[in-house]
Design a protein around this ligand. Structure first.
Ligand code: 2YC
Length: 270
């Protein structure tokens, strides 16, 4: 799993999120708050009644400077009463319980999750991020039924997106370099078509969910001005020439915020 750096998250504050929100609305037709409700299948989520603690975790490679603050800013932007605990780890969980929070966000090197203390629902970041970026692509494509979608990268994020697309009636293809993952998808999702060569699949397929964390995966010959790309992967796998080829309004990509919004939405969905 990609580990974010302080540089990836240091900019994620309220003014940045306001700008991100207006750009997101242009691309998808929904604000981030409306998107969170869309992900929760239309349940009205009363974010301003939700108290959330973000607990820094020192395990493994330790704290990422700015990570908890970026998560907290994203949750506050949605209207939650969110704070970063003064203590980390178990002491931070204790502090969260003392403050009678509804949801705790915490992440180590393997798992970053939202824990709903009222319903006991736990939502992991990869699962939520796959759903979020699939739904964002759906909103940009307008209707997924019978549309050809290429999912690049069949890890936890890619699989979550594949399931979303199948549920919405899309024709899903996938590209992946790990043989075990290829076999897993062929076995679990036989209706999903394996594309062994991106140069053959693209630019025939216009709609792409890019969930493989590799630089310069897609170049200008893979894309057209009509390509629509939803990319949860860090780093963004488009070359400079590819980025110039597509419309910026046809690209959704961020290091953390859309996944955090989806984690909260799915953790609160009743
Ligand atoms: O600061 C802290 O509490 C650290 N323990 C957080 C570590 C998060 C590691 N995971 C990641 O950087 C990425 C994020 C996009 C979420 C999932 N993986």
């Amino acid at each position: 799993m990609t580990r974010l750096t302080p540089a990836d998250v240091s900019c994620i504050g309220l003014s940045f999120l306001r700008k991100y929100d207006s750009e997101f609305r242009v691309k998808t037709g929904k604000s981030l708050t409306q998107f969170a409700e869309y992900l929760a299948k239309g349940h009205s989520l009363k974010f301003n009644e939700v108290k959330v603690a973000v607990v820094p975790i020192t395990a493994g490679k330790g704290i990422i400077e700015g990570f908890s603050k970026a998560v907290c800013s994203t949750l506050s932007f949605l209207g939650c009463d969110a704070f970063v605990t003064s203590w980390s780890d178990v002491s931070g969980f204790f502090e969260a319980f003392q403050n009678k929070v509804d949801v705790i966000f915490a992440g180590d090197d393997s798992i970053f999750s939202a824990f709903n203390l009222n319903t006991k629902r736990v939502i992991e970041n990869s699962y939520a991020t796959g759903k979020a970026y699939a739904a964002a692509l759906e909103l940009m494509v307008k209707d997924l039924r019978n549309k050809e979608i290429l999912v690049i990268g069949a890890g936890r994020v890619g699989i979550s997106a594949i399931e979303y697309f199948l549920n919405k009636g899309a024709k899903v293809m996938f590209s992946e370099c790990d043989p075990d993952r290829i076999e897993f998808i062929k076995k679990e999702y036989p209706e999903v078509i394996y594309e062994s060569n991106l140069d053959c699949a693209l630019p025939k397929i216009k709609y792409i969910l890019l969930a493989a964390p590799s630089r310069d995966l897609l170049h200008e010959h893979h894309l057209t001005s009509e390509s629509i790309i939803s990319s949860p992967a860090i780093p963004l796998g488009l070359s400079e020439s590819a980025l110039k080829k597509i419309s910026q309004n046809n690209l959704i990509h961020d290091p953390l915020q859309l996944g955090v919004i989806a984690m909260l939405s799915l953790a609160l969905k009743n």
